[in-house]
Design a protein. Structure first.
Ligand code: S3P
Length: 447
């Protein structure tokens, strides 16, 4: 999103039960990848259910600048005609990835092993985020990087046409870094290997296979994974049906759980086991969530979620190992914890400090402003639940998930909760206010 846009303060107020049978927008991770991989494949990929949020639209523009043809039918079906791995053209202008960390990091991997120079920039949030985590392994292929402020965008990537294959052990659990390395491997002669000590979302591995790439995944003795592919590869166009985003489903899900007598069905949600940590956690907290209609589509597990507010949530300890499977869901889990009986401890949230904002700090500040008892111990966040006083103003720091999480907090609070800027919501969940409003959520422009 544009950081020069005027802020749009919004507040939410105690709502009572919410109900509805809804579809949230398409999964952001899968949407980005469908456009990128479609643009690298030979032939035309049809994509249905694409998330038409600002982050993904930035990726569509990026792929166009690199030579792919990306179009949208009136009914919302997208078509991507690829140029083939190795045949991207040098963009003639700077690529603006907006707010999208996934966009810039995966694109960096793609262009690193093409003989072109690409300039990336982004909004004020993206320009604070560390790119060294991709620049370091991608430099080993032979690419060169120029960044400002010790690894922040704007960033120039000088790609190599003599890429050397790399074996890389991830220093942090990150699907973005894993994917950047795998994507650089597509146009590299030889075998590229990524070892991840803690498994992170595997949409890249699944979707590359769907496009005809032989991706080898081994489960290691310590529970981590070794992922490898041998390039150069040829990718064949393959249609994608994008499931709905579990990270967006999280907001109506928590809204239903904290408002007794709520009943919400959320359709066609991506239930990839590396994305379902929040569902596991909320069920452990006593939440009434049922999965129905489970099925497979384009290499991903999909199902419907039926959520009611009939049980009061209870505080639990959320183990560190679960963090990669729910990394984007901690802000809204902190909201659920604010309404739960007792203490919820969320362990090892270090990675939250380098998201669209420093989410650990932003969540703590938002809880503080609304009278929720909490503390940070090392990288753990501990929230004590009960009646939520509300009445506070929350700074969103250009972070869509901070904005949506605190708007959900207000739906059960004694006094309305305001966020200073609802604009960032458009990056991932453009119809959030409308969809939640139709289910009974009370939102109002805040002056
Ligand atoms: C994503 C990976 C995660 C997540 C992000 C999307 C992806 O980031 O937070 O929203 O699509 O690969 P990290 O890989 O940095 O954990």
């Amino acid at each position: 999103m544009s950081s020069s846009q005027t802020k749009r303060p919004l507040s939410s107020a105690k709502t009572g039960p919410i109900s509805g049978d809804i579809r949230v927008p398409g999964d952001k991770s899968i949407s980005h990848r469908s456009l990128m991989f479609g643009g690298l494949a030979i032939g035309t990929t049809k994509v249905t259910g694409l998330l038409e949020g600002e982050d993904v639209l930035a990726t569509a523009d990026a792929m166009r600048k690199l030579g792919a043809t990306v179009t949208r039918d009136e009914d919302g079906t997208w078509h991507v005609t690829g140029v083939g791995v190795g045949a991207l053209r040098e963009p003639d202008s700077v690529i603006d990835m907006g707010n999208a960390g996934t966009g810039i990091r995966l694109m960096a991997g793609i262009v690193a092993t093409h003989p072109i120079t690409t300039f990336f920039t982004g909004d004020a949030s993206l320009c604070k985020r560390p790119m060294g985590r991709v620049a370091d392994p991608l430099s080993k292929f032979g690419a060169q990087f120029i960044t400002r402020d010790r690894g922040r965008p704007p960033m120039a990537v000088i790609g190599t046409d003599e890429a050397k294959p790399v074996t890389y052990t991830l220093p942090m659990a990150s699907a973005q870094v894993k994917s950047a390395v795998m994507l650089a491997g597509l146009n590299t002669t030889g075998t590229t290997t990524v070892i991840e000590p803690k498994p992170s979302r595997d949409h890249t591995e699944r979707m590359l296979r769907h496009f005809g790439v032989d991706v080898d995944v081994k489960v290691n003795d310590d529970g981590g994974r070794t992922v490898s592919l041998t390039g150069p590869v040829e990718m064949k166009a393959a249609d994608i049906v994008v499931p709905t985003d579990p990270s967006s489903a999280a907001f109506p899900m928590v809204a239903a759980l904290i408002n007794p007598d709520s009943h919400v069905t959320i359709r066609d949600v991506c239930l990839n086991p590396l994305r379902t940590g929040l569902i596991t956690t909320l069920i452990e907290m006593g939440g009434d969530i049922t999965i129905t209609n489970e099925r497979e589509e384009a290499g991903e597990t999909i199902g419907d979620l039926v959520v009611t507010g009939k049980n009061r949530l209870k505080g639990i300890v959320v183990p560190a190992e679960r963090a990669p499977s729910m990394i984007d869901e901690y802000p809204v889990l902190a909201v659920a914890a604010a309404y739960a009986e007792g203490e919820t401890r969320m362990c090892d949230l270090e990675e939250l400090r380098v998201k669209e904002s420093d989410r650990l700090a932003a969540v703590a500040a938002g809880l503080e402003a609304n009278g929720v008892i909490h503390r940070i111990e090392g990288d753990d966040l501990i929230v004590t639940g009960g009646v939520v006083p509300g009445g506070g103003m929350v700074e969103t720091h250009l972070d869509h998930r901070i904005a949506m999480s605190f708007l959900v907090l207000g739906l059960g609070a004694e006094k309305p909760v305001a966020v200073d800027d609802a604009n960032p919501i458009a990056t991932s969940f453009p119809n959030f206010e409308k969809l939640m409003g139709e289910m009974g959520a009370k939102f109002a422009l805040h002056s």
